[in-house]
Ligand binder design. Sequence first.
Ligand code: APR
Ligand code: PHB
Length: 391
Amino acid sequence: MRTRVAIIGAGPAGLLLSHLLDQEGIESVILENRSEEYVLGRIRAGVLESSSVELLGEVGLGDRIEAEGQPHRGIYLQWPQERHHLDFVDLVGRSVWIYGQTELTKDLMAARKSAGQQAFYEAAAVTLHDIETEHPYVTFIDAGGTPQRIDADVIAGCDGFHGPSRQAIPAAVQRIWERVYPYAWLGVLADVPPSTDELIYAWHPDGFALHSMRSETVSRLYLQVTPDDDIANWSDDRIWDALAARLGHGQDGWKLTPGPITDKSVLPMRSYVQTPMRHGNLFLAGDAAHIVPPTGAKGLNLAIADVSLLSTALVSLFRSRDSALADSYSDDALRRVWRCTHFSWWMTTMLHQGGDDFDAQLQLSQLRWVTSSEAGATGLAENYAGLPIGF
Ligand code: APR
Ligand code: PHB
């Protein structure tokens, strides 16, 4: 088989890249080692920056976001006895949208299917070859057990942290930065209407808590736990008690309404950046090149920004044989990657228990500052709502 772009991974990065390229008449083939149902069933984050929503709207993926997503003006930041709303629209003229990554993946898959996208799910032993040549190719075993080969002009590694693409870049060329945090998130999905109109990020001596949502009837909530904590230690009652304490149930009459928990999982927390994001004719995008802790809601939006830059670069490369954008892709994408890596680290270290009492006082001082100083609030708003793609 031959194509222009062999895309490894059918997460948001891979699916959106194939969609953006198709808008420009550029053919691609997607290889995914999981089944379609598995990819669709994954529960992930749910905040879209305004620049992500704009981009998705421009390429025909805005309707369901518009119809079923929730535009939010900002977030609440709180610590015991204090809750403050940061209005991003007032501060920087941009909002964010609540729309589950699972829903976006559904939209992307449906759009690719109706466009006749060639995709191999349950592709095993995906292996990259000759990425440093003008004729890279990928081999794999298809779902029927038949060995296959795809020749391409370029390979796009959108296969997340655990995929083969990241490791295909020679160690001598790679540079890696990593910070592993001494805490994790216990995330729950609950069939209960959210007890808040917008997200609540809570600092608490017992540990961080976040109240998010998926719809008017489904809530998504998180608790700071230790990385090795066993989920079996967390009964539903214990989870709701901890959420009530940390989110300030009863404070100023506010009530947290518990309900049936339908899913719970523990998410590790780390920051990871690997450069370069391009080596020969292999281009990395999304989690294949960088991981951010979820506190800044940047993972999905970074993947969207990467493939927006990458598709523009590949269109210019293929259509006008101009390699300037492809040659600067790694540096261009990394500007946003480090901005979001810094912001996610900053939100994470400001809101989680992990230091001594002096650290706690510093955190509280920072929270008081970003919630009382327009300059402080604007800095947070600009990063959270998202900078323009390609800034
Ligand atoms: N062969 C083929 N596909 C693979 C392989 C492999 N060997 N290994 C992994 N994959 C697939 C995964 O099954 C997954 O569907 O690559 C895809 C990578 O998708 P994501 O992990 O969702 O990464 P990305 O598309 O970059 O999206 C990043 O997803 O994980 C969230 O928080 C993250 O929000 C961020 C977003
Ligand atoms: C979510 O809705 O899952 C969510 C929201 C904000 C975050 C992380 C996760 O910072």
